[in-house]
Design a binder for this molecule. Sequence first.
Ligand code: FES
Length: 103
Amino acid sequence: MAQVSIGSLGDFADGELTRVEADGTALCVVRVGDRVHAICDDCPHAEASLSEGDFLADDMAVECPLHGSAFNVETGEPDCPPATEAVRVYPVTVEGDDVLVDV
Ligand code: FES
């Protein structure tokens, strides 16, 4: 794994999903307060970009724009079908203002 900078904390609006390319990997990134979460941007069910979905703050989950499965940003697990596989979760570290992801 390589730790890659994906920008500064101020680049990410609270609760908004952003697609970021890090070292050739497409990530769906969301900031929640001073924490940042990153999951794989590709829905494991079909061809959908999770960053085009919605962030469900109460569930800490990203809802797929295509069929509505919502993936928890800490575990990657979907809440309901049709997705049955978890999405990959990437560890994020915030150092000062710098946002670093292990990809
Ligand atoms: S493509 Fe994401 S739930 Fe179907």
